[in-house]
Ligand binder design. Structure first.
Ligand SMILES: [Zn+2]
Length: 466
């Protein structure tokens, strides 16, 4: 079965086919840079990364745009409180976000688009919506009139028909003629940042930024639009209303949404003391790979319950995989090929791919890898694993790591390079040969202090980072 995704729009799992043969035009909603991103945010960003990597592994070329929301109510409030300009303030958190993404090995989208760099384009789009009768003005703000877009609600599958005009939906803080109408353009307020544009002075609403930047870079119809499930309504519903009113074309063909992250079964919040940024987790000694693995291991449409036990299990799982690869690379294997082992490897690879194709079922994909690991380890114990089985086993690990990307340890700033480690291991071997055991022990200790564990096996010395 080919690659398929659950599409929020159709509420069905559908085979994935982009409009153009090998190109995927994809837009994902990015961060609002008013603070450090937390692990709930990173669950979504890791999902984007897994989606990207699997699309590429499936042979597609990506044109992926992600926005950086660098103007909104919270940002303005916080920047004013800190006595910083909008730009100074958002640069801090944009840089931190990009650094965190790199630490988690998240691939960079082909384009990152900052909202404040696209204000004239947003004003032009709002003008067009005005010209076509989709808007009204009130106290200097411009609102989108939902009644002019009858399919409103098609993504969230909410029934808006019984809703009385004036019934409240908390879209934003502004006064609205219809509770479902939302601000495209916000009137300037005293002391707040504002832009002079063809629709007047003010600033854009959040929803319009995504529509405008998506269409500007990717065209009227996207193949994939993704985001966290909390964005389905109203954000993505509003994006559809604006975009389809602007272009008259379907805005996105596949809408893919990732579920929430809970901490110890509860909603993450600062008041509950269960609110974690990546920095908090690293300070507790967890590695970026463990965080990445945990966030990636639960399929994106399942709620993820984050616990420190889960993070410790992720660490153990990575350890097992690294040890297995090390064993494969260093084992002395007898010639030939074991037929049964070859079958296991082929099945594991096929199962891995089939699981990923099945709406990115990462849990099943991992299951296939670990089942093979168990079989191969016992075949290595009994000597049934032959030299001819090595290539397929390593290929499976490479396939796994193409998506999960956790096998290579993150190097701490003060860590040793591989060449330095090899040099020390050679020096230790020489010391042992010269029966200078004190020196050999000293080198082992030195390596250990620098986070490198060495192990003498019948096949020679193996090392790994702690
Ligand atoms: Zn968005």
């Amino acid at each position: 079965m080919a690659l398929r995704f659950y599409n929020t729009l159709t509420q069905r799992v559908q085979p994935f086919e982009p409009l153009e043969d090998h190109l995927v035009r994809m837009y994902t909603c990015g961060p609002t840079v008013y603070d450090f991103a937390h692990i709930g945010n990173f669950r979504t960003f890791v999902f984007y990364d897994i989606l990207r990597r699997w699309l590429r592994a499936s042979g597609y070329t990506l044109d992926h745009v992600m926005n950086i929301t660098d103007v909104d109510d919270k940002i303005i409030r916080n920047a004013v409180a800190k006595g910083k300009s909008l730009e100074e303030y958002t640069n801090i958190y944009t840089d931190a976000f990009l650094a965190d993404c790199a630490t988690l090995r998240l691939e960079r989208p082909e384009r990152l688009a900052r909202a404040t760099a696209h204000i004239p384009e947003m004003a032009a789009a709002i003008r067009k919506l005005e010209d076509e009768g989709h808007t009204y003005r009130s106290d200097g703000s411009i609102y989108f009139r939902i009644a002019t877009f009858p399919p409103y609600g098609k993504l969230s599958h909410h029934d808006f028909s019984g809703m009385v005009a004036g019934a409240r939906v908390d879209v934003d803080e502004y006064e609205k003629g219809d509770a479902r109408d939302f601000a495209l353009w916000k009137a300037p307020k005293e002391g707040e940042v504002a832009w002079d544009t063809e629709v007047g002075r003010g600033r854009p609403g959040w929803h319009i930024e995504c529509s405008v930047m998506a269409i500007q870079y990717l065209g009227a119809t996207l193949d994939i639009h993704a985001g966290g499930v909390d964005l389905v309504f109203p954000h993505h519903e509003n994006e559809i209303a604006q975009s389809e009113s602007l272009t008259g074309k379907e805005f996105a063909r596949y809408w893919i949404h990732s579920e929430f992250l809970l901490v110890d079964g509860q909603k993450m919040s600062k008041s509950l003391g269960n609110f974690y940024t990546l920095r908090d987790l690293f300070a507790r000694g967890f590695t970026p790979e463990s965080v990445r693995y945990l966030l990636a291991s639960v399929p994106y449409r399942k709620g993820l319950n984050f616990t420190f036990d889960g993070l410790a299990s992720a660490r153990t799982a990575i350890e097992r995989l690294r040890n297995f690869r090390l064993r494969l690379e260093t084992a002395k294997l007898s010639d030939g090929i074991d037929g049964k082992m070859a079958e296991h490897a082929a099945k594991a690879l096929a199962d891995f791919d089939a699981s990923m194709d099945d709406d990115l079922n990462t849990a099943e994909a991992l299951g296939a890898v670990f089942e093979f690991l168990r079989e191969a380890n016992s075949a290595l114990d009994t000597g049934d694993f032959k030299a001819g089985n090595l290539e397929a086993a390593l290929a499976l690990l490479a396939r796994f790591d193409l998506v999960f990307d956790v096998l290579k340890p993150s190097v701490q700033a003060d860590g040793l390079s591989e060449a330095e480690i090899d040099e020390l291991i050679a020096a230790r071997a020489a010391a042992k040969k010269a029966r200078d055991f004190a020196r050999a022990d000293g080198i082992r200790k030195e390596l250990l202090e620098k986070g490198v564990v060495i192990e003498d096996t019948k096949d020679g010395v193996r090392w790994k980072r702690k």
